[in-house]
Design a protein around this ligand. Structure first.
Ligand code: HPA
Length: 278
């Protein structure tokens, strides 16, 4: 595999895709686990398996499909990543920069990320959708670790408004216009590496630190987007209350069940945001 820190790797993957589709996506959507049905809303689909794309990563999680799907969503040319990559699968932080770097070379300007998350904020309920206002990544690691690729972005970069305020506002407006109207939560996503769920004591600490939801994905993607100048909107689907909130164990089955049941609402919201976005 070509060098992770060479732009040629990303150009090869993007070039391979652009030769095989005439769609030029301005928007990309990354789907969280068990949210694959969101892709059903896309018309004129042209799908590529990750395993066929030179230089891409391979999905190992069975609840993630592992396809890049091009088409039209909300009236715009778009690409959906159905299946994402996580630190807990064994990828390094720099490796986790690969997908969004390829998206940027496809011409993507806006990235919408979704994830399943545990509710840390006690005002949240299972099934709520939280607009990500910010994230907390105290693992101390960055997908931009290593030599900087100047063509993609600067060595040091600002993440004050990583989760774009205009897009967040548009998300709330779009949700309010849905039938029935959807009331969204808004809060900070706290990143934990997994694959274990957190301990109750960790969740109490996360709450004190300002986390509203907790999950094992997304931040490497959104940091990569920020580095390369892609605007970001993030949605966390609260699939369970975080560890220790309720007196019951957490399970992947529960997460999958709620995610599948809520994917319809989330998909309608994403489609609406894309349609109303300029
Ligand atoms: N913790 C971490 N990741 C998650 C959770 C959780 O409670 N729910 C869904 N993904």
């Amino acid at each position: 595999m070509s060098n992770l820190f060479s732009i040629e790797r990303y150009r090869e993957a993007a070039g391979w895709l652009l030769e095989r589709t005439s769609i030029r996506p301005e928007v990309a959507v990354i789907l969280g686990s068990s949210m694959g049905s969101v892709a059903d809303r896309m018309t004129g689909q042209e799908a590529f398996d990750y395993s066929d794309i030179p230089g891409f990563l391979l999905a190992t999680n069975p609840s993630h499909a592992g396809q890049l799907i091009f088409g039209r969503l909300g009236g715009k040319e778009a690409v959906i990543m159905s299946g994402r990559f996580h630190f807990y699968e064994g990828y390094s932080y720099p490796e986790l920069s690969v997908p969004v770097r390829v998206l940027s070379l496809l011409g993507v300007k806006t990235l919408i990320v979704t994830n399943a998350a545990g509710g840390v904020n006690l005002d949240y309920q299972v099934g709520d959708i939280m607009v990500m206002s910010d994230h907390i990544n105290l693992t101390g690691a960055s997908p931009m670790t290593g030599p900087n690729i100047g063509e993609l972005g600067p060595r040091f970069f600002d993440v004050t408004h990583l989760y774009n305020p205009k897009l967040r506002k548009l998300a709330h407006e779009t949700a309010a216009l849905m039938d029935p109207p959807l009331k969204l939560q808004e809060g900070a996503y706290y990143f934990c590496t997994g694959p274990h769920f957190e301990t109750p004591a960790e969740i109490r600490a996360i709450r004190i630190l300002g986390g509203d939801a907790v999950g094992m994905s997304t931040v490497t993607e959104t940091l990569t987007a920020a580095h390369t100048g892609i605007e970001v909107l993030g949605f966390s689907l609260i699939t369970n209350m975080a560890a220790g909130v309720l007196d019951q164990p957490l399970s992947d089955e529960e997460v999958g069940l709620v995610a599948r049941a809520s994917a319809g609402r989330l998909g309608a919201l994403i489609e609406g945001v894309i349609a109303r976005k300029d």
